[in-house]
Design a protein around this ligand. Structure first.
Ligand SMILES: [Mn+2]
Length: 410
């Protein structure tokens, strides 16, 4: 089985509340389409976060439709498997699945739940995409411990797979040992799940959610390595399609995965994505600007020379910026249209360090098992000054009683 693996497209993303990235996405999809044409893979898998927001607008949906039809036409025998990520609305994505199936685009939005597994004997079928060269088990984003459900689907495939065909699983979540550079601290502060939670029996686990390309248990893709060989049972994050911040200095790639048969070694070839706009930190010599004038001069020079790209400024903490500093920045950028793009989140160098590294308040599993909201509030109470737990408990009881009464009346 030959597979192209990508994830975290975030189509429709607007950066810094200001800049549409449609042309950057177009640039990416042109490359992806070309790779589909050149390598003729059996399948293209997109492991979640197709759209950036739950309810993308009409233009964004139109862009998705047009793009995926083009990609499909670049390699008409290829199957495309798309799963929902945490950014996607599972049900909205799933809504068009029947139509897409007509051209071998398989969209799996809704995750297995107790309702689904209880109501339907062959529920596993919903998450299995059979292609001539093997199996793709497509799990969208899900919360909670779903190990048993996943194992059930993998066992279902194993029972059928007498021809020893390769088995690929898809997932969208943060797995332990994943490097989260470039992500908001929310992920870093949550204790993540281990790869064992994804069940066993797959040859390749095609992951999404973490934007940095990496194979779990191996050195991170810091440098561009063209090809690696891994044993069966390998889990890999393809990495996002586009850079999303200045912190993402590593190369972004699409993974071309070859799986000869079930249980055999896998080769991963990294196809380097060319970015339309790069991210920069100014000044580029690594020193912070020591005055507003200096920052603006550096920026002016950057805009004149590069004429394109995202940037954020690095400024010495003790510098006083005039109140209209951002307006001055935008004035300098005006002649460049939307080509030179400003991230107003300045890096303050020499800022007094936070006194203590924050520890996770909860383990994920603990949070999942928590069925009393009051427990959550108690544990986080110190974040809300002047909170009377007693009063809160009373109010909470009042509300739950009222809800129960309404339920009974119904
Ligand atoms: Mn995600």
């Amino acid at each position: 089985m030959k597979l192209l693996h990508t994830a975290d497209l975030h189509i429709g993303q607007i950066l810094y509340q200001n800049y549409s990235r449609t042309d950057e996405h177009e640039h990416f999809f042109k490359q992806l389409s070309r790779w589909c044409q050149d390598y003729q893979p059996d399948a293209l898998v997109v492991s979640g976060d197709v759209f950036d927001i739950q309810q993308p607008g009409a233009a964004v949906k139109e862009f998705f439709n047009r793009t995926f039809v083009t990609i499909r036409n670049s390699c008409p025998n290829m199957h495309i498997v798309v799963t929902a990520g945490n950014h996607d609305s599972a049900s909205r994505l799933q809504a068009d699945a029947e139509i897409w199936k007509c051209i071998n685009v398989h969209i799996i939005g809704i995750a297995p739940t107790m309702d689904i597994t209880a109501a339907d004997d062959g529920w596993q079928e919903r998450f299995i995409v059979r292609i001539p060269s093997g199996y793709i088990v497509a799990f969208p984003f899900m919360t909670g411990n779903r190990r048993e459900m996943m194992q059930s689907v993998l066992d279902y495939v194993a029972a059928e797979n007498t021809g020893n065909q390769p088995v690929v699983t898809m997932g969208h979540l943060a797995l332990r040992s994943a490097d989260t550079t470039g992500h908001s601290s929310e992920i870093g502060r949550l204790a993540t799940q281990s790869v064992e939670e994804m069940g066993s029996g797959f040859d390749y686990l095609a992951l999404g959610h973490i934007h940095r390309p990496q194979t779990l248990g191996y050195p991170i893709d810091d440098e561009y390595v063209e090809e690696s060989t891994y044993p069966s049972g390998t889990a890999r994050y393809a990495g996002s399609a586009l850079h999303v911040s200045c912190d993402e200095k590593y190369p972004h790639t699409v993974s071309l995965v070859e799986l000869p048969e079930h249980g055999a070694d896998i080769t991963v070839k990294r196809l380097r994505i060319n970015e339309l706009r790069h991210f920069h930190e100014l000044p580029e010599d690594g020193h912070p600007a020591e005055s507003a004038e200096e920052a603006l001069t550096v920026l002016q020079r950057f805009a004149e020379e590069r004429k394109s790209g995202y940037f954020r400024l690095r400024i010495l903490y003790s510098t006083n910026l005039p109140a209209d500093f951002d307006q001055q920045v935008y004035r300098i950028l005006e002649p460049y249209g939307d080509e030179v793009r400003y991230n107003p989140k300045t890096i303050w160098v020499g800022e007094p360090a936070e006194t203590e590294v924050e520890k996770p308040v909860f383990e994920v599993a603990e949070l999942q098992a928590m069925d009393d909201p009051m427990l959550f509030i108690e544990r986080t109470a110190e974040q809300y000054s002047g909170l009377s737990m007693e009063e809160l408990r009373e109010v909470f009881k009042e509300v739950t009683d009222e809800v129960r009464r309404m339920e009974e009346e119904k």
